[in-house]
Design a protein around this ligand. Structure first.
Ligand code: PSU
Ligand code: MN
Length: 305
């Protein structure tokens, strides 16, 4: 028997996919582990509404009691956002445990891509992807998001790798995996909270139609794997790179002192940086995911048109 995921789509998502309507996948780790309560629940709803307003169907993805689920009800979304509930952070290596133990968890970029691809969803909006961590030459901390980008046929729209990472090394890794990095209306690599990381993107495209066309032609040519579309945070919402860098340095030092590593590191750093910047990064984070949801919906519409 061919392998298949334990997978369930909501009625709305299943209908949309069956009739060729545009669908945009949204991840849940940013909701469960990336943003504080209650902003996380509000952001989850706002993202879904943003996708709808732009003419596509949102499919927030999570694993619910051991079943990969695309399209969450309001109650399911609230559960994932509730800090009182035990919601695991699920990357690729965590899925067998969640499936076999009927556990509930939020999906990272890696597992959201994998589940979206299995469901037939080709476009996915997130905040920032994981990547090669600073110091990875010693501790080997490289996000499972990168190999997944090399594997699953999904277009991922983000605001760049999170600035807590080693961005040049992350771009090298993506090149090795054959993942095109496309700047939407930008020549320079955006760095999540700020507009530019002083590095050029591979290619620049200025319309959702051209991006959709590149993805379709990639997959038609049998070139498996994802496409990374980087969409800079709007100027109005960005934080000065120097200010972010100070917060990152402090947060990394604290993580070192407290020996925080593995899957706990990214949520810890995001939380610390939010405290150090007195909440400024929270507003920026919300603004950039919304901006990515808009572009993702436009690309999904172009892909089905
Ligand atoms: N982007 C955000 N906030 C987040 C993340 C991304 O704005 O919390 C999450 C994503 O789910 C990403 C994960 O896949 O962090 C990467 O975690 P790690 O470095 O442990 O692979
Ligand atoms: Mn890691």
């Amino acid at each position: 028997m061919a392998p298949s995921l334990p997978l369930k789509c909501s009625l709305e998502v299943a209908d949309a996919l069956a009739s060729g309507q545009p669908v945009v996948a949204l991840e849940s780790t940013i909701i469960a582990h990336g943003l504080p309560h209650p902003e996380n629940a509000k952001t989850a709803q706002l993202l879904e509404q943003t996708v709808r307003d732009r003419g596509a169907v949102p499919a927030t993805i999570a694993v619910l009691e051991g079943v990969a689920t695309a399209g969450l009800s309001e109650a399911e979304l609230a559960y994932i956002a509730d800090p009182e509930k035990e919601v695991l952070k699920l990357s690729r290596r965590d899925l067998p445990f969640a499936f076999s133990q009927n556990r509930t968890g939020a999906t990272t970029v890696a597992t959201t891509m994998l589940i979206a691809a299995a469901a037939g969803i080709r476009v996915f909006a997130t905040g920032g992807i994981g990547g090669v961590h600073r110091g990875a030459e010693v501790d080997f901390d490289i996000s499972a998001d990168l190999p997944e980008l090399g594997r699953s046929d999904v277009a991922v729209i983000c605001a760049g790798p999170k600035a807590i990472l080693n961005i040049p090394a992350t771009l090298e890794y993506l090149e090795t995996l054959g993942v095109p990095v496309i700047g939407y209306r930008c020549d320079m690599m955006p760095a999540f909270w700020s507009q530019s990381a002083d590095l050029r993107v591979d290619y620049r495209l200025d319309t959702a139609a051209e991006i959709a066309d590149l993805c379709i032609q990639k997959w038609r040519a049998g070139l498996n794997g994802g496409v990374l579309i980087v969409n800079p945070i709007p100027q109005l919402n960005q934080i000065e790179p120097a200010k972010v860098e100070i917060a990152i340095t402090d947060a990394l030092a604290l993580a070192g002192q407290k020996s925080i590593s593995g899957k706990a590191l990214t949520p810890f750093l995001l939380d610390q940086i939010r405290h150090i910047t007195e909440g400024a990064t929270l507003n920026t984070n919300k603004a950039l995911v919304r901006n990515n949801a808009l572009l993702a919906a436009d690309i999904a519409v172009e892909m089905t048109g």
